[in-house]
Write a protein that binds this ligand. Sequence first.
Ligand SMILES: *Cc1c(COP(=O)(O)O)cnc(C)c1O
Length: 352
Amino acid sequence: MKWEDNVRKVVPYVAGEQPNKENMIKLNTNECPYPPAPGVVEAASKMDCDELRLYPNSEVAPLVQALAEYYHVKPSQVFVGVGSDDVLAMAFLTFFNGKEPILFPDVTYSFYDVWADLYRIPYKTCALDENWHINPEDYKQPNGGVIFPNPNAPTGLLENLSVVEEIIQANRDVVVIVDEAYIDFGGESALPLLEKYDNLLIVQTFSKSRAMAGLRIGFCIGNEKLIQYLNDAKFSFNSYTMNLPSQLLGVEAVKDDAYFKDITAKIQKTRERVKKELAELGFTFPDSKANFIFVSHKSVPAKEIYQALREQDIYVRFWDKERINNCLRITIGTDEQMDCLIDFLKKYLQKV
Ligand SMILES: *Cc1c(COP(=O)(O)O)cnc(C)c1O
């Protein structure tokens, strides 16, 4: 069919499966195993539905204000989107318009190449080293922009702020996006670098550390000018992106800092304990600072373990992709969930 010549063809991103089985243990999409903050739950139960007649605040002003206060920046430095995927997609559209390829790691969040393809942005990947670390030297070649997660996904490895700064410093003429989806699980944010670098954009999300993946809230913080350009693109696309309930409940989540610190600390504690147990079972992994661990077993192929777990309704993430096809990404769940996982692995690995 001739019309197909003019279709924008893309190979879409594939998210982790979302099965809905009773008693399943879902450790495949890095969701939080704990409920949202009590203030969020209460506000949700008291929501005034009459307001749903009206369009929501297109600037998401109350949430922008709450985030600006929390992170000690100006409201004009904050942009909010429908999940950080929306923020990232908007940032790719707005900032990556050069002729040179944008740069990102070869093993990283697999949405980056999808957006690049969608928007026809040329890109080049830089190989992580044999220990899964980013080599900052790779980011000192001509480029149209840089993006990487810190901690990286799916490796979980955190780069020191000095490495992050080295990359930003070497790329003053393009926008550098640091995707901090997992920064709240023990990492050091690049936020203090904003004072020095007007080309830095930091993206974060409520989906992992704030237990609100279902509400779709993400945001970024950067120089006022970057944020202005993002808003210009957003208001040329769809003004009312974030629904009213998400706006209201997002504010409630930011208010409850004690709960946020409590659940992120709990997940880190579970993570460190699970690391020890997995190591005893013959797994190796980079030293994750995220809410997941990226493991390989010394003798049993990842795909076999993945399938054996799946039969027990324990879901972890496996990619049949070059370089990472002997690895599993296991989300940190509750202590009880991780006990079930470890108990099963102990029995299973004895048999194989
Ligand atoms: C989960 C994730 C996101 C997107 O999360 P949202 O739910 O869209 O906020 C972005 N970047 C990385 C690296 C992620 O793992």
